[in-house]
Design a protein around this ligand. Structure first.
Ligand SMILES: Nc1ncnc2c1ncn2[C@@H]1O[C@H](COP(=O)(O)OP(=O)(O)O)[C@@H](O)[C@H]1O
Ligand SMILES: [Mg+2]
Length: 285
């Protein structure tokens, strides 16, 4: 497992480190958040027969999936307060609950327990942003802009700028399922920042795209932060987190294990990942 740390980012592409001064009023308060997924059937690691007999399948026709309902406690009792003007990195190994936490804070997933308060509606930018593959890029910009609260004429006046930022060229008029993944992720980023959100959440969305696009998008994120917004940034790249954030949260198996200065948290996480790697290579010898 070496995918937790990504060394591909060119340090020169990264912006100058933000200063830790100028932190404003709270913008996001997360109080003892819990998110539990309910998984039906429990195939993965579950105890259900993988091949039910013809008879048992026939008897179950028309009924919901059989098997135990497995609960996945993806976020377990996370609390923190983020402020205006802060950019907060969220780090942790795969499956530790980072995406779940962001989606819950953005109001896209219900909490099983606890509370989330936000000063305004967060804009979540992620690999799963709801763009419609059958619609053209142009239509997606319209729909996305309207969903973010722009009027039809505001959307119309900004469409060209969004398409240019996303470097779509003539693909603007083609359905999105004709786009490369890089092109689609550039468009997602451009749409999510069509209005300057007060709270911007980025889930691994900058990992695609070339260095020049990363520079452009980083500049846009800095502008949001400088406008006293709050940025949450989930990334595999510790170098990007260190460069873009002032503070970091380290989540492990759904639990917040560390919250503090970005360099201190990244150092501790790095040691942990190195330790795991050494332990697993030692076990193989
Ligand atoms: N839709 C879902 N249904 C059931 N379990 C899920 C779902 N999404 C994520 N999980 C599980 O929740 C845990 C946290 O996942 P996730 O939030 O995606 O972690 P991360 O973003 O840190 O990789 C993992 O165990 C994952 O398998
Ligand atoms: Mg994730």
């Amino acid at each position: 497992m070496t995918d937790e740390i990504d060394y591909e980012v060119d340090i020169e592409d990264l912006p100058a480190k933000p200063s830790r001064g100028q932190v404003g009023a709270p913008s996001v308060v997360v109080d003892n958040a819990h998110v539990t997924y309910r998984v039906f059937g429990g195939r993965k690691g579950g105890t259900v027969d993988s091949k039910p007999s013809v008879m048992s399948r026939a008897l179950n026709l028309g009924r919901p999936a059989t098997g135990p309902i497995r609960q996945v406690k993806a976020v377990r009792g996370v609390s923190f307060v983020a402020h205006h003007g802060e950019s907060v990195g969220i780090i942790g190994t795969n499956g530790s609950g980072k995406s779940t936490l962001l989606r819950a804070v953005a109001g896209l997933l219900p909490l099983t327990d606890g509370r989330v308060y936000t000063a305004s509606e967060p804009a979540l930018l992620g690999v799963n942003a709801a763009l419609m593959p059958k619609l053209t890029g142009e239509r997606n910009i319209t729909v996305g802009g309207l969903a973010l609260g722009l009027s039809a004429s505001e959307v119309a006046s900004r469409t060209a700028a969004v398409a240019e930022f996303a470097e779509l060229g003539d693909f603007l008029y083609l359905p999105m399922n004709a786009y490369s993944s890089g092109m689609a992720s550039r468009l997602r980023f451009a749409i999510s920042t069509i209005v300057t959100p007060d709270i911007l959440m980025i889930d691994e969305a900058l990992s695609t795209g070339d260095a020049s696009f990363r520079r452009k998008s980083t500049a846009r994120i800095e502008a949001i932060r400088d406008n006293a917004g709050t940025v949450f940034f989930v990334s595999h790249s510790l170098a990007s987190v260190r460069a873009m954030c002032t503070r970091a949260l380290w989540i492990d198996r759904g639990v917040l294990v560390m919250d503090g200065d970005v360099d201190e948290v990244c150092d501790a996480y790095h040691l942990y990942v190195q330790g795991r790697k050494n332990a697993s290579s030692g076990a193989r010898l």
